[in-house]
Design a binder for this molecule. Sequence first.
Ligand SMILES: NC(=O)C1=CN([C@@H]2O[C@H](COP(=O)(O)OP(=O)(O)OC[C@H]3O[C@@H](n4cnc5c(N)ncnc54)[C@H](O)[C@@H]3O)[C@@H](O)[C@H]2O)C=CC1
Ligand SMILES: O=C(O)[C@H]1O[C@H](OP(=O)(O)OP(=O)(O)OC[C@H]2O[C@@H](n3ccc(=O)[nH]c3=O)[C@H](O)[C@@H]2O)[C@H](O)[C@@H](O)[C@@H]1O
Length: 466
Amino acid sequence: MKEIQKICCVGAGYVGGPTMAVIAQKNPHIQITVVDLNEARIQAWNDEDLSKLPIYEPGLDVIVGEARGRNLFFDTNVDKAIDEADMIFISVNTPTKTYGKGKGMAADLKYIELCARQIARVAKTDKIVVEKSTLPVRTAQAIKRILDQTGNGVEFQILSNPEFLAEGTAVQDLMNPDRVLIGGSETSKGKEAIEALAAIYGAWVPQERILRTNVWSSELSKLTANAFLAQRVSSINAISELCEVSGADVNEVARAIGTDSRIGNKFLKASVGFGGSCFQKDILNLVYIAKSYGLDEVADYWEQVIIMNDHQKRRFADNIVTTLFNTVNGKKIAFLGWAFKKDTNDTRESAAIYVANDLIEEEAQIHVYDPKVTEVQMLSDLDYLATRDAESNAKHLTVHADAYKALEEAHGIAVLTEWDEFKTYDWQRIYDNMQKPAFVFDGRNILDHQMLEEIGFEVYTIGKGK
Ligand SMILES: NC(=O)C1=CN([C@@H]2O[C@H](COP(=O)(O)OP(=O)(O)OC[C@H]3O[C@@H](n4cnc5c(N)ncnc54)[C@H](O)[C@@H]3O)[C@@H](O)[C@H]2O)C=CC1
Ligand SMILES: O=C(O)[C@H]1O[C@H](OP(=O)(O)OP(=O)(O)OC[C@H]2O[C@@H](n3ccc(=O)[nH]c3=O)[C@H](O)[C@@H]2O)[C@H](O)[C@@H](O)[C@@H]1O
């Protein structure tokens, strides 16, 4: 088996950056170049000040600091890195299509195709091409056709190696993965390619956790894993609404069912709704694939996970309006958190965006504090929804660098992200400086509700009736 000496990773995003940093740290003998068209992003990856890396992940700065310049490089010269590499990871974005056939459902594979065509054009020696991006089942076939039919006669092996890291815990997940999945062709060359990739992970992952499958199983397993995880969140969120009307407490229900080892206790935290770049996108993609095979019942089944999630976000905003005496017009609603989960600066599909949008429709003034998300990002998230023009969004959204300033004089506080620091605030001081009655809507169930009620707050919790 040929030993891999040089790797190129196309796409320096949330997956490409951290994944390659860990592979580089664990395989100092392999030279890894992460390339991207986005010059600003590459510049940030190369910033001497490690606090300026383009994505925030606990522990990532240390790993990048160790490997960068030794065997880890970030560059904009895509052709050169492809040309020199034995193995090329495709880690570009695969968003939901916003136009044409499959609009709003199918994965947009234009970046993948561009990448494949570029590899075909540049490659002068045999390459192993690894799908790291999350892709519809059977995409490898399309990639292979492009590579074989537009290439320079060199041989390509296509592997599927989906990534299961979660943001906020990316480094931990990469260091100690539950499993690494490698799908490849069952030919002898295919098996050789699988083993070449397995050897790279083998530098730190025990062999029994490296699963080998055929390409289609690997591609479909990634969509399925995200669908199952999201389904658990929607399931507990559906029960949370029932708890609110029936007097049950969703935390107690989650604990009671989670201790059943067949159910397990993870991903049972009721919330204002799941966000993130992938759950919705991947389920929509699964729904689209099922529909395109004529499997309407399968498609409807999975689509319900999204319908429930949209409902959960909407009813959180509705509850704020109803509780604040049926109007939030001109009122200050303070948001704690904007990121889709704690310990990340990523806001893609964050519930906060949708809740803010609904409240702005009701003419509320939204004041936000998030420890990692910038004002530019928040405004661009709202503008992306295209509900109103940018000027109106800016008029309704004020971003604060100091949480206490965001909360001052507020009519209501909504917790949208579960950042740990929110629990440590001086809630008496916050109460003293708020409008009365002082309402808290805890969309993450993280605050000490008893303490808040003793202070005088009126607390609304997901999954616990009044
Ligand atoms: N964000 C996450 O936590 C996870 C994401 N995934 C999947 O990984 C893939 C990548 O996701 P992210 O890293 O979050 O996306 P991202 O948007 O953060 O990064 C993708 C990068 O690819 C670059 N790019 C696009 N086309 C290019 C081209 N032709 N040449 C060079 N660079 C190009 C973009 O400029 C961008 O910087 C997606 O398929 C996603 O579903 C999988 C597991 C976890
Ligand atoms: O393909 C991907 O992009 C990744 O998607 C998720 O990771 P991520 O979206 O980063 O974060 P999660 O921890 O899964 O959280 C997703 C959303 O669900 C919410 N959530 C999660 C768990 C829970 O119990 N309740 C809940 O509301 C989170 O707050 C967040 O908004 C998966 O967990 C990863 O395995 C996968 O690789």
